[in-house]
Design a protein around this ligand. Structure first.
Ligand code: SAH
Length: 370
């Protein structure tokens, strides 16, 4: 049993089953054994690869989209340029490289990077050589315009899962196997053998799920991420009050339905309970929930990633880069373009959501003809 498994078992014996949100937080963020605390999980040698790691084109086009939004807002100075969960710092480095010709942007930008992992903060510092940045564990904003990007950040935030039962819900929780068959059923494994297992709480009503009684039936699973909604609300309110725009890129859809809780290890799906602290844990992002949290104040727009990148001219950019490449490098470049944009790859599952000021033009790429 790994140290983290031992810790989780002790925690469950002491205080009862964990919600998926508590389990995700401990597995990903435990100060000693957490997944993100202990490693750089990205790239071929890691567990997963993200768009900025696939091609520089992704960061360049995001950078130009943000720069255009900044120009449209009248080039405010100073302003906050923030990234949530910057990973290896590749995206922010590409954004800064692509925008260095935009007069006044770099001098006006105050960089804020929200990152909990010490390992990844060190990688980001290297990627940003020459730039000054402030690292934060939680987004804290100065009262000035905000231009923000988050790629594959919200999928790492904790979710809870609920199964519809009549006019109410049971929460899916994680307990310990009693060693007997069927321990995965009601009241699942509070005590016992020590293997982590899924269980269900007693039936209860949840006010934040009331609107889901209309579109679910008995046995359906819905997911709810309170931290995601809180951050979306904070960004929406900030942009409404101080101006700016946010681009949130992630996999997911409009209104969560079904179990999307998953674990990835060495680019393969594994059971989410099999390697706590050793596998990446994520859930699909519910963009409707983000939009509802932000939209009392800000305007929102959503577009599939493939369409967003095409509108920003990814194919022209790919051709320009291709003219300087040959052999394996060219093949890889063509594959990267396809991976980012094709509907069967990241093009459709991944979405780009923008928050911007009501009455302003949506950021480039979020609307036809822009
Ligand atoms: N945006 C990067 C990395 C995505 S991986 C890319 O596209 O390559 C998720 C990132 O979010 C990592 O940097 C991870 O350490 C960070 N992260 C995860 N949960 C976090 C949290 N609760 N607070 C701050 N950062 C978090």
């Amino acid at each position: 049993m790994s140290p983290l498994e031992g810790f989780l078992a002790g925690q469950i014996r002491a205080t009862g089953p964990l919600s998926l949100a508590e389990y995700m937080t401990l597995c990903l963020q435990h100060p000693e054994h957490g997944y993100y605390t202990t490693r750089d999980p990205l790239g071929v040698t890691g567990d997963f690869t993200t768009a900025p790691e696939i091609s520089q084109m992704f960061g360049e086009l995001i950078g130009l989209s943000l720069a255009q939004a900044w120009l449209d807002a009248g080039s405010p100075a100073p302003f906050t340029l923030a990234e949530l969960g910057p990973g290896r710092g590749t995206l922010i480095a590409d954004i800064l490289r692509a925008t260095k010709g935009v007069a006044g942007l770099h001098t006006a930008a105050e960089l804020v990077l929200v990152e909990t992992s010490p390992t990844l903060r060190a990688r980001q510092r290297e990627a940003l050589h020459g730039f000054t940045a402030e690292w934060q564990s939680q987004l804290t904003l100065k009262e000035q315009p905000l231009f923000l990007v988050a790629n594959e950040f919200f999928d790492a935030l904790p979710i809870r899962q609920f199964i519809r039962d009549g006019e109410a819900w049971r929460e899916r929780v994680i307990g310990l196997d009693s060693g007997k068959p069927d321990s995965d059923k009601l009241g699942g494994g509070k005590l016992g053998g020590g293997k982590l297992t899924f269980g269900l709480t007693e039936i209860a009503e949840y006010s934040f799920l009331e609107h889901r009684l209309g579109d679910t039936k008995d046995g359906d699973i819905v997911e709810h991420s309170a931290p995601s909604q809180a951050i979306a609300a904070q960004i929406g309110q900030h942009i409404a009050a101080h101006g700016g725009a946010a681009l949130i890129v992630d996999y997911g859809g409009w209104r969560s339905k079904g179990d999307t809780f998953q674990a990835l290890k060495a680019h393969e799906k594994v059971g989410p309970l099999t390697s706590p602290g050793e596998a990446d844990l994520t859930a699909h992002v519910d963009f409707e929930a983000l939009a509802l949290a932000a939209s009392p104040s800000a305007a929102c727009e959503l577009t599939p990633q493939g369409i967003y990148l095409e509108r920003l001219g990814v194919t022209q950019r790919a051709r320009a880069l291709a003219s300087r490449l040959s052999g394996t490098a060219l093949e890889e470049h063509i594959a990267a373009h396809r991976r980012l944009t094709h509907p069967a790859e990241m093009g459709r599952l991944f979405k780009v959501m923008a928050f911007y000021q009501r009455g302003a033009t949506p950021p480039a790429g979020l609307q036809d003809g822009i």
